[in-house]
Ligand binder design. Structure first.
Ligand SMILES: [Ca+2]
Ligand SMILES: [Ca+2]
Ligand SMILES: [Ca+2]
Ligand SMILES: [Ca+2]
Length: 501
C-alpha cells in the first residue's frame, strides 16, 4: 500500500515503544484529590485540590496522580510547560480510581476549555480522566507529541477533543503535530451557540500539523459529526475508530442539530490531507435531512484518501467520496450495506478493490446477517481494563461470505486472505503454533502445534512474505503435525504460514 506524504504511523508506533521502555522511577509525584487543598505539599497524605496547581509545578519525568471522585472546576487548566522525548509528564488517574472533572459551572464561551494544551505544552501523557460540561472543548490541543489515553469527554458545549488552531491561522507541519489519541470516548457534545452545528466528538481541524493519530476511539451522539478533519492539510490516521448516531436533535433539548456526519474526512478545497482510515466503523448516522448523515465523507478534500477495511451501515450515505479531484482515493476491503440514500457514492477516479459492492450479488452479499451484534448498546459498552474496545461488536459470524475475500493492504490477517471489514474472523479457542524451522539434509523441518481436528491443515511457503504458494494439505489432526519441506534443500531462508480450516 502507498502512504502518501510522510508516514506518521511509524512515528506513532515508535512513540508507543518509547513509552514502554522509558518509564522513569525518578521525578516528583504530585497527588490531587477531592479532599485536597492547594496549600498542601501535594503528597498522597496531603494532596492538592486543583490539577492546575500540579501542572504548573511539573517537569519532565514527573507524575501527577489524580484520585477518584468528582472535582468541580471552573477555570481552564492551561498547559504551558513540557515534558521531554522519552520522559513525559504523566497526568494519570491514580491506580484504578476514576476521577471525574465537572465543568458545569464554567460559562458557555469559546474561550472556556477544560484543558488548553498550548503550543508550549508538549510531551504530556493524560490518562484515565473523565471530563464533562466544559464551556467549549474538554480538551483543546495546540501542542505536540502528547498522548491522550483512556479519557472520556462528554456533554461539552463544543467538540469534546479538538486538535488545531483557529480558522484563519496558518499551516505548519511541526505545530499541533504527532499527538496520539488512544482509546478515548467522546459523546453527547452539543454547542448551543450554533444550535448544535459545530460540536463534534473529535475535531482535528483548522490547521493541525502532521502525524496526529486516533486509535481505538469512539464517538457517538454528538450534535454535529463524529470526527471532523476540516482544513487539515497533513495526513491524519484513524485506526479502529467507531462513530454512530450523530446529529440527532432528539439527543438534545433542541429541534436542530448539525451535519450528522460520521467521519468528515476533510473540507475546504484549499486544504488537501491524505488521511488514512483503517478498520473504522460508522453506523446510524442518518439525521439532519437528505444531504446530511454522510458516514465516510470526503467533503471538499482535494487529496486522495485511503479507506481500508472499514464498515459502514444504516447511514444516510455510507460512503460519500464523490467529489471529482485530480488524485485518486483508494478504497479496499470495505463493507457497506443498508445505506438509506446511497451505499457508496464514488468519483470516477477512485481505485476500488474488493469492497463489498465491487462483487456480484451471486458472489458476495454484505448484510447484517454477516455479523453478530451490531447494536449501539454493545458499541458503547464498557472497555477492557487496558482500554480495549468491546470484544463482541461487529464481529463476523462463521460462514460469512466476507471471510477471506479481501486483498493484502499491508496489515496482518488470519487465514488465506484478509476478510472484508474491520475484524478478521477467528474461530474461538484455536491457537496454532509453529516451532522454529531446522535445516536438515532433507530440507527444512518444523512442527505445527495446537491443532484441533477442526479441518484440513494447509501450509503455505514464501521466500519474500508477499507471494505465498501451497506446500501441503493434511487431513484434520489433533495436537501436533511434523512437517518436512523437502523443496527447501537449496534455500537459505523460507517463511511458512499454516491454517487449520
Ligand atoms: Ca457542522
Ligand atoms: Ca463538524
Ligand atoms: Ca453475506
Ligand atoms: Ca482472513
Amino acid at each position: 500500500m502507498k502512504l502518501k506524504s510522510s508516514d506518521p504511523r511509524g512515528l506513532a508506533l515508535a512513540g508507543c515503544a518509547l513509552l514502554i521502555l522509558t518509564m522513569p522511577l525518578c521525578g516528583a509525584t504530585y497527588y490531587v484529590a477531592t479532599n485536597g487543598v492547594d496549600s498542601n505539599p501535594g503528597t498522597l497524605a496531603a494532596p492538592f485540590y486543583n490539577i492546575s496547581k500540579a501542572t504548573a509545578l511539573a517537569a519532565a519525568g514527573d507524575f501527577i496522580l489524580v484520585r477518584g471522585g468528582t472535582f468541580y472546576y471552573t477555570n481552564t487548566i492551561r498547559i504551558t510547560n513540557s515534558g521531554a522525548a522519552g520522559n513525559l509528564i504523566r497526568l494519570w488517574a491514580y491506580t484504578n480510581e476514576h476521577p471525574t472533572l465537572d465543568f458545569s459551572a464554567q460559562a458557555d464561551d469559546p474561550a472556556n476549555r477544560a484543558f488548553l494544551v498550548t503550543s508550549n505544552g508538549n510531551w504530556w501523557h493524560f490518562k484515565g480522566l473523565e471530563i464533562y460540561r466544559a464551556g467549549d472543548n474538554a480538551m483543546k490541543i495546540e501542542g505536540s507529541d502528547n498522548i491522550i489515553e483512556q479519557c472520556a469527554f462528554h456533554h461539552c458545549r463544543d467538540s469534546g477533543l479538538q486538535i488545531g488552531f483557529g480558522d484563519s491561522d496558518p499551516d505548519f507541519p511541526d505545530r499541533a503535530c504527532s499527538n496520539l489519541v488512544l482509546n478515548c470516548d467522546s459523546y453527547l457534545n452539543y454547542d448551543p451557540r450554533a444550535s448544535g452545528g459545530n460540536a463534534d466528538g473529535f475535531a482535528c481541524k483548522l490547521h493541525p500539523g502532521e502525524g496526529n493519530v486516533f486509535r481505538g476511539c469512539r464517538s457517538w451522539e454528538n450534535s454535529d459529526d463524529g470526527w471532523d478533519l476540516y482544513k487539515a492539510a497533513y495526513q491524519i490516521i484513524l485506526e479502529d475508530c467507531w462513530t454512530w448516531h450523530n446529529g440527532d436533535p432528539a439527543s438534545f433539548s433542541t429541534n436542530q442539530a448539525g451535519n450528522a456526519g460520521g467521519f468528515k474526512m476533510g473540507g475546504d478545497s484549499n486544504y488537501a490531507g491524505h488521511h488514512l482510515f483503517y478498520r473504522c466503523i460508522a453506523f446510524n448516522n442518518r439525521y439532519g435531512g437528505t444531504s446530511a448523515g454522510k458516514a465516510f465523507h470526503q467533503n471538499d478534500n482535494q487529496a486522495g484518501l485511503m479507506v481500508f477495511n472499514c464498515l459502514s451501515f444504516s447511514n444516510n450515505y455510507n460512503y460519500a467520496l464523490n467529489n471529482d479531484i485530480a488524485e485518486s482515493h483508494e478504497m479496499k476491503n470495505c463493507v457497506g450495506f443498508a445505506g438509506i440514500t446511497k451505499n457508496a457514492a464514488t468519483n470516477s477516479s477512485t481505485i476500488q478493490v474488493s469492497n463489498s459492492w465491487n462483487f456480484t450479488a451471486a458472489s458476495l452479499t454484505a448484510s447484517a446477517a454477516d455479523y453478530g451484534d451490531l447494536t449501539e448498546a454493545t458499541a458503547k459498552s464498557g472497555r477492557g481494563a487496558d482500554g480495549s474496545l468491546p470484544a463482541n461488536f461487529a464481529r463476523l459470524v462463521a460462514g460469512s461470505d466476507l471471510i477471506d475475500r479481501g486483498v493484502d493492504v499491508g496489515f496482518p490477517f488470519n487465514g488465506a486472505r484478509p476478510d472484508l471489514g474491520p475484524f478478521e474472523f477467528a474461530a474461538a479457542a484455536r491457537s496454532l503454533t509453529l516451532s522454529a524451522p531446522q535445516k536438515l539434509p532433507g530440507g527444512f523441518s518444523f512442527q505445527i502445534g495446537g491443532l484441533t481436528s477442526h479441518g484440513s491443515v494447509i501450509v503455505r511457503i514464501s521466500t519474500n512474505l508477499v507471494n505465498w504458494s501451497p506446500l501441503l494439505t493434511n487431513a484434520p489432526v489433533t495436537g501436533a503435525l511434523p512437517v518436512l519441506d523437502s523443496s527447501a534443500t537449496n534455500s537459505s531462508s523460507r517463511f511458512y504460514r499454516v491454517e487449520e480450516l
